[in-house]
Design a protein around this ligand. Structure first.
Ligand SMILES: Cc1cc2nc3c(=O)[nH]c(=O)nc-3n(C[C@H](O)[C@H](O)[C@H](O)COP(=O)(O)OP(=O)(O)OC[C@H]3O[C@@H](n4cnc5c(N)ncnc54)[C@H](O)[C@@H]3O)c2cc1C
Length: 417
């Protein structure tokens, strides 16, 4: 009977445009005062609110989003998750994120469609091979899974890859993180939003922060397009707009904003059940659950805030994909889009305090912050609640650019940026 009821209700809702379905989160009017205001309703802002409520008991929170939830980079990325970074500091924070991802569907009671199908990085020359071996050793010393594969092992995992010795970029070997993979990006945002809302967090969409209020060197609230919100503490998590928000608070950030593009093909039958990356040939590919091949490019070289990119980058990416997978030659590309990523000079994030008391910032994740979403929110929540960074994000402070303690992770990106 229960099964019949659910089929009937499913059919009714299919024809009624979901009118009878409860909202996954409320849409409250903003209050005049909050304990914490988080600027930015992407994955990082929502995860911060969720962990503030869950881990620190702070629920008087507003997440203020100028557009719609996850409409920024969270809903535009190629969904790749991994923790195979070179330096100890990065290993700590990205591995924390991966471990949180591994339990996130259960935690949120929301299927984020995590698929740990492995992430394969290819080597095409002697330099690549040496680099991969250095990396795998460093990663394993941090207790994170990573292994070196022979061309034969790679062929077994991705048979459609051109591994012939006369390929223009022969595959000489590679590394694999088996726990890496993909997750559904919208589901991550929606699951976090629903769980934060259930704990009392106000999620306020279509509300742009236009000013940061300060008094005596301390933050006191934000100006928004829906009025003033006073706050004891403010956390900024706006990715490509970090410098804009910092300027509102009167300081500068060592961050550049660039367009980053991706595209998907028409859907086809399953042909690739791992993620393949080549930094040398300059493309990475995975196949989505709908059958589309999802491909990522490098950043456009110029700075900008329009969420689109240029054709030459796409042409380069498609040419690179053809070098590795000649079988794609008759595939039609269906959709292309861009996001604005916030890139630090050392390709590592900034998560911590700012020159303004009680104003905190989380940014600089650049081309690779989706994989960090829960870990980033977890450490940022700790930093906001305690007023001091957690040991995992202490190395990622803004003042590392003054102290010269950079964490160079340029080589960790899927393609060179
Ligand atoms: C094409 C592409 C592919 C990518 N692929 C991957 C990948 O495979 N793996 C990976 O790990 N990472 C990837 N990334 C990077 C990843 O998407 C980002 O690092 C991550 O999603 C950043 O999350 P966020 O929550 O900080 O930012 P966002 O999701 O961009 O959220 C920030 C929010 O702030 C809002 N905002 C901005 N200004 C204001 C304001 N004044 N007031 C209120 N709200 C404001 C924006 O509207 C936005 O919704 C990719 C990015 C792109 C663009």
């Amino acid at each position: 009977m229960a099964a019949r009821y659910s089929i009937v209700s499913l059919a009714r809702n299919a024809f009624s445009h979901h009118e009878g379905w409860p909202r996954a989160w409320r849409s409250p009017d903003p209050k005049e005062r909050y304990e914490v205001v988080i600027v930015g309703g992407g994955g990082h802002g929502l995860a911060t609110a969720y962990y503030l409520a869950r881990e620190h008991g702070i629920t008087d929170i507003a997440v203020v989003e100028k557009g719609w939830l996850g409409g920024g980079n969270t809903g535009r990325n190629t969904t790749i998750i991994r923790s195979n970074y070179l330096w100890d500091e990065s290993a700590g924070i990205y591995e924390k994120a991966l471990q949180l991802y591994e339990g996130l569907s259960r935690d949120l009671n929301f299927n984020i469609m995590l698929s740990q199908r492995g992430v394969l990085n290819l080597a095409h020359n002697l330099h690549d091979l040496r680099e991969i071996s250095r990396r795998v050793n460093a990663i394993r010393l941090n207790g994170i899974d990573s292994e070196i594969l022979s061309p034969e092992e790679i062929k077994a995992i991705a048979p459609i890859l051109d591994t012939s010795p006369d390929a223009r970029y022969p595959v000489l070997g590679g590394s694999l993180q088996r726990r890496g993979g993909v997750a559904r990006h919208d589901a991550v945002a929606w699951g976090l939003a629903r769980a934060a809302d259930a704990r009392g967090v106000d999620i306020i969409q279509n509300c742009e922060v236009t000013g940061i209020l300060r008094e005596g060197g301390r933050v006191t609230g934000v100006e928004t397009t829906r009025g003033t919100m006073m706050a004891d503490k403010v956390g900024i998590a706006v990715a490509g707009h970090s410098s804009v928000l910092a300027a509102m608070a009167g300081f500068r950030m060592p961050v550049e904003s660039h367009p980053l593009q991706a595209l998907v093909s028409e859907p086809i039958k399953p042909i690739l059940d791992t993620v393949v990356m080549s930094g040398t040939v300059h493309v990475y590919v995975s196949q989505s659950d709908r059958g589309e091949l999802v491909m990522g490019a490098g950043i456009d070289g110029y700075n900008g805030y329009t969420q689109r990119g240029s054709l030459p980058v796409i042409e380069h990416m498609v040419a690179a994909a053809m070098e590795l997978f000649p079988i794609f030659s008759r595939l039609r590309m269906m959709r292309q889009w861009g996001g604005i990523v916030d890139v630090c000079p050392d390709a590592s994030p900034i998560v911590g305090k700012t020159p303004v008391d009680n104003l905190f910032i989380n940014c600089g994740w650049g081309t690779g912050g989706f994989k960090a979403t829960p870990g980033s929110g977890w450490v940022f929540a700790h930093t906001i609640a305690r007023g001091e960074p957690h040991p995992l994000n202490a190395p990622f402070s803004l003042d590392r650019f003054v102290a010269g303690k950079l964490i160079d992770e340029h080589g960790a990106a899927g393609v060179a940026h």
